[in-house]
Design a protein around this ligand. Structure first.
Ligand code: ADP
Ligand code: MG
Length: 257
């Protein structure tokens, strides 16, 4: 396997607060790589810097060896990185199909101009993605009328319509019930089986263990552990610092993936 994506000594400061500190890691093509850590650890901030939503303060981010840390969000998207958000976002008054069409139009290589041209190719891409996501029969519904889990799927469908090589998922199973969580785990697996590399923020360990080849744990913006989930979740520092002593027994019984 080869490295598709890497962060080298990435730091992000908000004023005096260092939300991400000197963070380095790399992701192999085809893998599911998870990022865990308590609230406020800097996980979403990291995604914001990768996806061009906010600039890094220091450090280098590479995608297929090319530096992307100074590129614009739409440019990064066209290069092949798509993301979802922790809080579900969609164009609520627009239909399910229109939402996904925006993804299909944005992901296209082109002149650098942002145009929303819903030509036949974009429409076909959007319909294929909706079918893959199980939302084809709801293509004419306004996005606001979908359930929470369907809206998460719609956000994923919009990201997939950009035809990413690397998909960033910010807490894909957060806010879902048990059945929906296991459906989403299966869905992310199906996405990965398409050959899409997945970088996933998740603190529900069952989902991490079910999906991730490797993981890292962030704490106050710094990496405190990295490796295969079964090892990382037995790491003393991870148990004490991140998960808390009371989970020790539960975690060590877990047996990895
Ligand atoms: N836009 C912002 N401006 C200022 N501080 C922020 C901003 N976004 C996040 N932070 C702060 O950065 C830290 C990391 O937040 P975040 O990346 O959302 O953590 P996580 O996703 O791991 O819960 C927190 O202390 C948070 O309050
Ligand atoms: Mg977050």
């Amino acid at each position: 396997m080869s490295v598709i994506f890497e962060c080298e000594r990435v730091t992000k400061a908000y004023g005096g607060l260092l939300a991400v500190k000197d963070l380095s890691f790399s992701v192999e093509e085809g893998e599911v790589y998870a990022i865990a850590g308590p609230n406020g650890a800097g996980k979403t901030t990291l995604f914001d810097t990768i996806s061009g939503v906010s600039p890094v303060t220091n450090g280098t981010i590479r995608f297929y060896g090319q530096e992307i840390q100074r590129r614009r969000a739409d440019d990064i998207c066209r290069l092949g990185i798509a993301r979802t958000f922790q809080t579900t976002v969609s164009f609520d008054t627009q239909t399910v199909l229109t939402n996904v069409l925006v993804g299909a139009a944005m992901g296209r290589p082109g002149t650098g101009k942002i145009t929303l041209e819903f030509d036949q190719e974009a429409i076909q891409t959007a319909l294929d993605v909706l079918e893959f996501c199980g939302l084809l029969d709801k293509q004419d519904w306004p996005a606001s009328s979908l359930s929470v889990s369907e809206r998460k799927k719609l956000m994923l469908a919009t990201a997939l319509a950009t035809k990413p090589k690397l998909l960033l998922l910010d807490e894909p199973v957060g806010g879902l019930n048990r059945q929906e969580r296991s459906d989403m785990v299966e869905f992310v697996r199906k996405v990965n089986q398409l050959g899409i590399t997945v970088l996933m923020i998740e603190h529900i360990m069952k989902a991490v263990q079910a999906l991730a080849n490797r993981m890292l744990v962030l704490h106050h913006g710094e990496k405190i552990a990295e490796g295969v989930p079964s090892d990382v979740l037995r790491d003393e520092r991870v148990i004490e610092v991140y998960l808390g002593g009371k989970h020790r027994e539960k975690l060590s019984d877990n047996g990895g993936r």
